[in-house]
Design a protein around this ligand. Sequence first.
Ligand SMILES: *Cc1c(COP(=O)(O)O)cnc(C)c1O
Length: 403
Amino acid sequence: MQYDKFFAENLGGLRAEGRYREFADLERNAGSFPNAVRYANGRRQDITVWCSNDYLGFGQHPSVLEAMHEAINRCGAGAGGTRNISGTNHYHVLLEEELADLHAKEASLLFTSGYVANWTTLSTLASCLPNCLVISDALNHNSMIEGIRHGRSEKTVFRHNDVAHLKEILSNQDLDRPKIVAFESVYSMDGDISPIADILDLCERHNALSYLDEVHAVGMYGERGGGVAEREGVMDRVDIIQGTLGKAFGVMGGYIASSDNLIDFIRSNGNGFIFTTSLPPALAAGARAAIKILKERNDIRNRHQERAFTLKKGLLDAGIEVMASDCHIVPVLVGDARLCKIASDELLDRHNVYVQPINFPTVPKGTERLRITPTPLHTDEAMDHLISAFQDVWVRLNLRKAA
Ligand SMILES: *Cc1c(COP(=O)(O)O)cnc(C)c1O
Protein backbone atom coordinates (compact mmCIF):
# COMPACT_ATOMS: atom_id res chain seq x y z
CA MET A 1 0.00 0.00 0.00
CA GLN A 2 1.35 3.41 -0.97
CA TYR A 3 -0.36 5.48 1.68
CA ASP A 4 0.62 8.91 0.47
CA LYS A 5 -0.52 8.14 -3.08
CA PHE A 6 -3.88 6.99 -1.74
CA PHE A 7 -4.40 10.24 0.15
CA ALA A 8 -3.28 12.40 -2.78
CA GLU A 9 -5.61 10.61 -5.20
CA ASN A 10 -8.56 11.06 -2.89
CA LEU A 11 -7.83 14.79 -2.65
CA GLY A 12 -7.42 15.02 -6.41
CA GLY A 13 -10.92 13.54 -6.78
CA LEU A 14 -12.38 16.14 -4.44
CA ARG A 15 -10.65 18.92 -6.40
CA ALA A 16 -11.93 17.59 -9.74
CA GLU A 17 -15.48 17.64 -8.39
CA GLY A 18 -15.07 21.20 -7.11
CA ARG A 19 -15.71 20.19 -3.53
CA TYR A 20 -12.22 20.36 -2.09
CA ARG A 21 -12.53 22.38 1.10
CA GLU A 22 -10.49 25.52 1.56
CA PHE A 23 -10.73 27.40 4.82
CA ALA A 24 -10.68 31.17 4.87
CA ASP A 25 -7.93 32.27 7.28
CA LEU A 26 -9.74 34.85 9.40
CA GLU A 27 -9.07 37.03 12.39
CA ARG A 28 -12.24 38.15 14.11
CA ASN A 29 -12.07 41.66 15.60
CA ALA A 30 -13.84 41.80 18.94
CA GLY A 31 -16.11 44.82 18.91
CA SER A 32 -16.47 45.16 15.14
CA PHE A 33 -18.55 42.08 14.34
CA PRO A 34 -19.39 41.08 11.60
CA ASN A 35 -16.19 42.58 10.18
CA ALA A 36 -12.99 40.57 10.22
CA VAL A 37 -9.55 40.40 8.64
CA ARG A 38 -8.70 37.73 6.09
CA TYR A 39 -5.13 36.54 5.58
CA ALA A 40 -4.48 35.55 1.97
CA ASN A 41 -1.55 35.75 -0.45
CA GLY A 42 0.62 37.41 2.17
CA ARG A 43 -1.72 40.29 2.88
CA ARG A 44 -4.48 41.35 5.23
CA GLN A 45 -7.89 42.05 3.70
CA ASP A 46 -10.81 43.69 5.54
CA ILE A 47 -13.95 41.66 4.92
CA THR A 48 -17.52 41.31 6.15
CA VAL A 49 -18.55 37.84 7.32
CA TRP A 50 -22.01 36.80 6.06
CA CYS A 51 -21.95 33.12 6.93
CA SER A 52 -21.16 32.93 10.64
CA ASN A 53 -23.13 30.69 12.97
CA ASP A 54 -22.43 33.27 15.67
CA TYR A 55 -25.96 34.23 14.71
CA LEU A 56 -26.40 37.13 17.11
CA GLY A 57 -22.79 38.29 17.42
CA PHE A 58 -22.68 37.11 21.04
CA GLY A 59 -19.16 35.76 20.56
CA GLN A 60 -18.13 39.40 20.95
CA HIS A 61 -20.75 40.65 23.39
CA PRO A 62 -19.01 42.75 26.08
CA SER A 63 -20.82 41.03 28.97
CA VAL A 64 -19.91 37.59 27.63
CA LEU A 65 -16.26 38.61 27.31
CA GLU A 66 -16.30 40.13 30.79
CA ALA A 67 -17.71 36.94 32.30
CA MET A 68 -15.01 34.92 30.56
CA HIS A 69 -12.21 37.24 31.71
CA GLU A 70 -13.47 37.09 35.26
CA ALA A 71 -13.65 33.29 35.20
CA ILE A 72 -10.13 32.98 33.81
CA ASN A 73 -8.85 35.26 36.54
CA ARG A 74 -10.64 33.26 39.23
CA CYS A 75 -10.17 29.70 37.95
CA GLY A 76 -7.39 29.68 35.36
CA ALA A 77 -7.38 28.15 31.90
CA GLY A 78 -8.53 24.54 31.80
CA ALA A 79 -10.95 22.55 33.94
CA GLY A 80 -8.22 20.17 35.03
CA GLY A 81 -9.94 16.87 34.46
CA THR A 82 -12.99 14.94 33.40
CA ARG A 83 -16.17 15.77 35.26
CA ASN A 84 -15.64 12.74 37.49
CA ILE A 85 -11.95 13.34 38.20
CA SER A 86 -11.75 16.85 39.66
CA GLY A 87 -13.04 18.54 36.49
CA THR A 88 -16.48 19.64 37.72
CA ASN A 89 -16.09 23.37 38.19
CA HIS A 90 -18.73 25.46 39.93
CA TYR A 91 -19.30 27.30 36.63
CA HIS A 92 -20.41 24.00 35.05
CA VAL A 93 -22.94 23.46 37.81
CA LEU A 94 -24.31 26.98 37.46
CA LEU A 95 -24.55 26.63 33.68
CA GLU A 96 -26.42 23.33 33.94
CA GLU A 97 -28.93 25.00 36.26
CA GLU A 98 -29.30 27.86 33.78
CA LEU A 99 -29.91 25.46 30.87
CA ALA A 100 -32.46 23.39 32.77
CA ASP A 101 -34.29 26.63 33.56
CA LEU A 102 -34.07 27.82 29.94
CA HIS A 103 -35.91 24.72 28.76
CA ALA A 104 -38.08 24.30 31.90
CA LYS A 105 -36.69 20.80 32.45
CA GLU A 106 -35.63 19.11 35.67
CA ALA A 107 -31.98 18.88 34.67
CA SER A 108 -29.39 19.36 31.96
CA LEU A 109 -25.99 17.93 31.06
CA LEU A 110 -23.00 19.64 29.42
CA PHE A 111 -20.82 18.18 26.68
CA THR A 112 -17.73 19.54 24.94
CA SER A 113 -19.78 20.28 21.80
CA GLY A 114 -23.23 19.92 20.33
CA TYR A 115 -21.79 17.21 18.13
CA VAL A 116 -20.68 15.18 21.14
CA ALA A 117 -24.02 15.80 22.89
CA ASN A 118 -25.95 14.27 19.97
CA TRP A 119 -23.48 11.48 19.38
CA THR A 120 -23.23 10.44 23.02
CA THR A 121 -26.88 10.73 23.98
CA LEU A 122 -28.29 8.91 20.97
CA SER A 123 -25.67 6.16 20.94
CA THR A 124 -26.07 5.57 24.68
CA LEU A 125 -29.87 5.42 24.54
CA ALA A 126 -29.91 3.25 21.41
CA SER A 127 -27.40 0.76 22.79
CA CYS A 128 -28.81 0.56 26.36
CA LEU A 129 -32.58 0.52 25.80
CA PRO A 130 -33.47 -3.13 25.10
CA ASN A 131 -34.47 -3.80 21.48
CA CYS A 132 -34.54 -0.06 20.78
CA LEU A 133 -35.75 1.31 17.43
CA VAL A 134 -34.47 4.74 16.40
CA ILE A 135 -36.61 6.63 13.92
CA SER A 136 -34.67 9.46 12.34
CA ASP A 137 -35.60 12.32 10.01
CA ALA A 138 -33.95 11.95 6.58
CA LEU A 139 -32.17 15.30 6.84
CA ASN A 140 -30.82 14.96 10.37
CA HIS A 141 -27.37 16.34 11.10
CA ASN A 142 -24.32 14.08 10.82
CA SER A 143 -23.84 14.11 14.62
CA MET A 144 -27.21 12.39 15.11
CA ILE A 145 -26.65 9.95 12.25
CA GLU A 146 -23.27 8.88 13.61
CA GLY A 147 -24.58 8.57 17.16
CA ILE A 148 -27.48 6.42 16.00
CA ARG A 149 -25.16 4.28 13.90
CA HIS A 150 -22.79 3.75 16.79
CA GLY A 151 -25.71 2.74 19.03
CA ARG A 152 -26.13 -0.30 16.74
CA SER A 153 -29.82 -0.72 17.45
CA GLU A 154 -32.35 -1.13 14.67
CA LYS A 155 -32.99 2.19 12.92
CA THR A 156 -35.26 3.53 10.26
CA VAL A 157 -35.49 6.86 8.44
CA PHE A 158 -38.68 8.83 7.84
CA ARG A 159 -38.99 11.22 4.90
CA HIS A 160 -38.02 14.75 5.86
CA ASN A 161 -40.74 16.41 7.98
CA ASP A 162 -43.25 13.83 6.70
CA VAL A 163 -45.64 13.22 9.58
CA ALA A 164 -47.73 10.68 7.63
CA HIS A 165 -44.64 8.59 6.96
CA LEU A 166 -43.61 8.75 10.61
CA LYS A 167 -47.11 7.69 11.62
CA GLU A 168 -46.97 4.73 9.30
CA ILE A 169 -43.66 3.59 10.80
CA LEU A 170 -44.85 4.02 14.39
CA SER A 171 -48.19 2.29 13.75
CA ASN A 172 -46.36 -0.91 12.85
CA GLN A 173 -44.53 -1.01 16.17
CA ASP A 174 -45.48 -2.58 19.46
CA LEU A 175 -46.50 0.03 22.04
CA ASP A 176 -44.07 -1.45 24.55
CA ARG A 177 -41.02 -1.49 22.31
CA PRO A 178 -38.54 1.31 23.18
CA LYS A 179 -38.54 3.87 20.36
CA ILE A 180 -36.74 7.19 19.87
CA VAL A 181 -37.91 9.75 17.32
CA ALA A 182 -34.93 12.01 16.49
CA PHE A 183 -35.43 15.27 14.62
CA GLU A 184 -34.44 18.95 14.45
CA SER A 185 -36.50 22.12 14.80
CA VAL A 186 -34.70 24.39 12.30
CA TYR A 187 -32.94 22.55 9.48
CA SER A 188 -30.07 24.89 8.80
CA MET A 189 -29.27 24.15 5.17
CA ASP A 190 -32.78 24.76 3.78
CA GLY A 191 -34.04 26.92 6.64
CA ASP A 192 -37.29 24.98 7.06
CA ILE A 193 -38.91 24.16 10.40
CA SER A 194 -40.33 20.81 11.48
CA PRO A 195 -43.98 20.24 12.55
CA ILE A 196 -42.96 19.73 16.18
CA ALA A 197 -46.44 19.51 17.71
CA ASP A 198 -47.60 16.89 15.18
CA ILE A 199 -44.49 14.81 15.75
CA LEU A 200 -44.98 15.03 19.53
CA ASP A 201 -48.62 13.92 19.14
CA LEU A 202 -47.37 10.77 17.42
CA CYS A 203 -44.61 10.17 19.98
CA GLU A 204 -47.12 10.38 22.81
CA ARG A 205 -49.69 8.17 21.12
CA HIS A 206 -47.10 5.51 20.28
CA ASN A 207 -45.07 5.73 23.48
CA ALA A 208 -41.86 6.92 21.81
CA LEU A 209 -39.18 9.19 23.32
CA SER A 210 -38.92 12.50 21.46
CA TYR A 211 -35.39 13.81 20.81
CA LEU A 212 -35.22 17.34 19.41
CA ASP A 213 -32.06 19.09 18.15
CA GLU A 214 -32.64 22.84 18.64
CA VAL A 215 -29.06 23.82 17.78
CA HIS A 216 -30.15 26.41 15.19
CA ALA A 217 -32.94 27.79 17.36
CA VAL A 218 -31.76 28.18 20.97
CA GLY A 219 -31.24 31.82 21.83
CA MET A 220 -33.15 32.87 18.71
CA TYR A 221 -36.74 31.60 19.04
CA GLY A 222 -39.23 31.53 21.90
CA GLU A 223 -40.09 34.14 24.51
CA ARG A 224 -36.84 33.46 26.42
CA GLY A 225 -34.74 31.94 23.64
CA GLY A 226 -35.69 28.37 24.53
CA GLY A 227 -36.08 27.48 20.85
CA VAL A 228 -38.91 26.75 18.43
CA ALA A 229 -40.52 24.30 20.87
CA GLU A 230 -40.87 27.18 23.32
CA ARG A 231 -42.30 29.45 20.62
CA GLU A 232 -44.89 26.79 19.75
CA GLY A 233 -45.78 26.20 23.40
CA VAL A 234 -44.75 22.53 23.34
CA MET A 235 -41.41 22.57 25.14
CA ASP A 236 -42.80 20.63 28.12
CA ARG A 237 -43.81 17.80 25.79
CA VAL A 238 -40.34 17.19 24.33
CA ASP A 239 -38.55 14.42 26.24
CA ILE A 240 -35.00 15.46 25.33
CA ILE A 241 -33.94 18.86 24.00
CA GLN A 242 -30.42 19.13 22.63
CA GLY A 243 -28.61 22.41 21.95
CA THR A 244 -25.26 24.08 21.40
CA LEU A 245 -23.42 26.88 23.18
CA GLY A 246 -21.41 27.54 20.02
CA LYS A 247 -23.90 29.23 17.73
CA ALA A 248 -26.33 31.90 19.02
CA PHE A 249 -24.70 31.78 22.48
CA GLY A 250 -21.38 32.58 20.82
CA VAL A 251 -19.02 30.34 22.79
CA MET A 252 -18.57 26.55 22.61
CA GLY A 253 -20.05 23.38 24.09
CA GLY A 254 -23.24 21.36 23.83
CA TYR A 255 -25.95 20.05 26.11
CA ILE A 256 -29.14 18.12 26.61
CA ALA A 257 -32.05 19.06 28.88
CA SER A 258 -34.52 16.46 30.14
CA SER A 259 -35.84 14.70 33.26
CA ASP A 260 -33.67 14.07 36.33
CA ASN A 261 -33.51 10.35 35.66
CA LEU A 262 -32.70 10.55 31.97
CA ILE A 263 -29.94 13.11 32.60
CA ASP A 264 -28.52 11.01 35.42
CA PHE A 265 -28.64 7.95 33.15
CA ILE A 266 -26.58 9.66 30.39
CA ARG A 267 -24.25 11.19 33.00
CA SER A 268 -23.63 7.70 34.37
CA ASN A 269 -23.44 5.74 31.08
CA GLY A 270 -22.47 8.09 28.27
CA ASN A 271 -18.86 7.48 27.23
CA GLY A 272 -18.59 10.76 25.32
CA PHE A 273 -19.51 12.54 28.54
CA ILE A 274 -17.46 10.46 30.97
CA PHE A 275 -14.10 10.02 29.29
CA THR A 276 -13.14 13.54 28.25
CA THR A 277 -11.85 16.68 29.93
CA SER A 278 -14.70 19.05 30.73
CA LEU A 279 -15.08 22.51 29.20
CA PRO A 280 -12.81 25.28 30.46
CA PRO A 281 -14.64 27.17 33.24
CA ALA A 282 -14.39 30.42 31.26
CA LEU A 283 -16.43 28.90 28.42
CA ALA A 284 -19.12 27.87 30.86
CA ALA A 285 -19.13 31.36 32.40
CA GLY A 286 -19.38 33.02 28.97
CA ALA A 287 -22.19 30.76 27.80
CA ARG A 288 -24.11 31.34 31.01
CA ALA A 289 -23.80 35.10 30.60
CA ALA A 290 -25.06 34.85 27.00
CA ILE A 291 -28.06 32.71 27.98
CA LYS A 292 -28.99 35.02 30.85
CA ILE A 293 -28.91 38.08 28.61
CA LEU A 294 -30.82 36.45 25.76
CA LYS A 295 -33.59 35.28 28.10
CA GLU A 296 -34.59 38.92 28.32
CA ARG A 297 -33.81 40.25 24.87
CA ASN A 298 -36.72 39.70 22.50
CA ASP A 299 -35.68 42.93 20.82
CA ILE A 300 -32.51 41.21 19.57
CA ARG A 301 -34.56 38.23 18.34
CA ASN A 302 -36.99 40.55 16.53
CA ARG A 303 -34.18 42.51 14.92
CA HIS A 304 -32.59 39.22 13.80
CA GLN A 305 -35.81 38.13 12.07
CA GLU A 306 -36.24 41.56 10.50
CA ARG A 307 -32.68 41.46 9.08
CA ALA A 308 -33.27 38.03 7.52
CA PHE A 309 -36.61 39.10 6.06
CA THR A 310 -35.14 42.31 4.64
CA LEU A 311 -32.22 40.49 3.04
CA LYS A 312 -34.46 37.84 1.45
CA LYS A 313 -36.63 40.55 -0.03
CA GLY A 314 -33.66 42.60 -1.23
CA LEU A 315 -32.07 39.63 -2.97
CA LEU A 316 -35.34 38.56 -4.60
CA ASP A 317 -35.96 42.12 -5.79
CA ALA A 318 -32.50 42.03 -7.34
CA GLY A 319 -33.36 38.83 -9.21
CA ILE A 320 -31.30 36.46 -7.05
CA GLU A 321 -32.95 33.10 -6.38
CA VAL A 322 -33.44 32.77 -2.63
CA MET A 323 -34.66 29.31 -1.59
CA ALA A 324 -37.87 29.27 0.46
CA SER A 325 -36.88 29.61 4.12
CA ASP A 326 -39.00 29.97 7.26
CA CYS A 327 -36.27 31.31 9.47
CA HIS A 328 -33.14 33.43 9.85
CA ILE A 329 -31.16 31.48 7.25
CA VAL A 330 -31.01 32.80 3.68
CA PRO A 331 -29.96 30.07 1.22
CA VAL A 332 -29.23 31.14 -2.36
CA LEU A 333 -29.34 28.36 -4.93
CA VAL A 334 -26.42 27.94 -7.35
CA GLY A 335 -26.95 24.30 -8.30
CA ASP A 336 -23.39 23.42 -9.31
CA ALA A 337 -20.40 22.67 -7.07
CA ARG A 338 -17.75 24.37 -9.20
CA LEU A 339 -19.76 27.51 -9.87
CA CYS A 340 -20.72 27.71 -6.22
CA LYS A 341 -17.06 27.73 -5.21
CA ILE A 342 -16.13 30.26 -7.90
CA ALA A 343 -19.01 32.54 -6.89
CA SER A 344 -17.89 32.41 -3.27
CA ASP A 345 -14.27 33.17 -4.27
CA GLU A 346 -15.34 36.13 -6.40
CA LEU A 347 -17.52 37.57 -3.66
CA LEU A 348 -14.56 37.41 -1.31
CA ASP A 349 -11.74 38.47 -3.66
CA ARG A 350 -13.58 41.19 -5.54
CA HIS A 351 -16.14 42.43 -3.04
CA ASN A 352 -14.75 41.62 0.44
CA VAL A 353 -17.90 39.64 1.16
CA TYR A 354 -17.46 36.23 2.78
CA VAL A 355 -20.14 33.61 2.13
CA GLN A 356 -18.96 30.00 2.32
CA PRO A 357 -20.07 27.61 -0.49
CA ILE A 358 -22.19 24.68 0.71
CA ASN A 359 -21.57 21.58 -1.37
CA PHE A 360 -22.15 17.81 -1.30
CA PRO A 361 -22.22 15.87 1.03
CA THR A 362 -23.63 18.64 3.26
CA VAL A 363 -26.43 19.13 0.69
CA PRO A 364 -27.52 16.91 -2.25
CA LYS A 365 -25.70 17.30 -5.58
CA GLY A 366 -27.40 19.81 -7.84
CA THR A 367 -28.54 21.93 -4.87
CA GLU A 368 -25.18 23.55 -4.09
CA ARG A 369 -25.78 26.92 -2.54
CA LEU A 370 -24.49 29.99 -0.78
CA ARG A 371 -25.92 30.11 2.72
CA ILE A 372 -26.18 33.61 4.14
CA THR A 373 -26.75 34.25 7.83
CA PRO A 374 -27.57 37.91 8.45
CA THR A 375 -27.26 38.96 12.08
CA PRO A 376 -28.71 41.88 14.06
CA LEU A 377 -25.33 43.58 13.58
CA HIS A 378 -25.40 43.64 9.77
CA THR A 379 -26.37 47.19 8.77
CA ASP A 380 -28.54 48.35 5.85
CA GLU A 381 -25.38 49.65 4.22
CA ALA A 382 -23.64 46.27 4.50
CA MET A 383 -26.74 44.62 3.09
CA ASP A 384 -26.85 46.95 0.07
CA HIS A 385 -23.20 46.16 -0.58
CA LEU A 386 -23.89 42.42 -0.33
CA ILE A 387 -26.77 42.59 -2.79
CA SER A 388 -24.83 44.57 -5.38
CA ALA A 389 -21.91 42.16 -4.97
CA PHE A 390 -24.23 39.23 -5.66
CA GLN A 391 -25.66 41.01 -8.70
CA ASP A 392 -22.17 41.61 -10.09
CA VAL A 393 -21.06 38.00 -9.57
CA TRP A 394 -24.34 36.62 -10.92
CA VAL A 395 -23.90 38.56 -14.16
CA ARG A 396 -20.21 37.69 -14.51
CA LEU A 397 -20.82 33.96 -14.03
CA ASN A 398 -24.18 33.93 -15.77
CA LEU A 399 -25.86 32.25 -12.78
CA ARG A 400 -29.53 31.43 -12.52
CA LYS A 401 -31.96 34.25 -11.83
CA ALA A 402 -35.21 34.16 -9.86
CA ALA A 403 -38.23 33.47 -12.04
C1 LIG B 1 -23.68 22.56 14.37
C2 LIG B 1 -24.67 21.46 14.62
C3 LIG B 1 -24.49 20.52 15.65
C4 LIG B 1 -23.21 20.44 16.40
O1 LIG B 1 -23.07 21.47 17.31
P1 LIG B 1 -21.60 21.95 17.71
O2 LIG B 1 -21.79 22.59 19.02
O3 LIG B 1 -21.13 22.86 16.63
O4 LIG B 1 -20.75 20.72 17.79
C5 LIG B 1 -25.51 19.65 15.95
N1 LIG B 1 -26.66 19.66 15.26
C6 LIG B 1 -26.85 20.49 14.23
C7 LIG B 1 -28.15 20.45 13.50
C8 LIG B 1 -25.86 21.41 13.86
O5 LIG B 1 -26.03 22.20 12.81
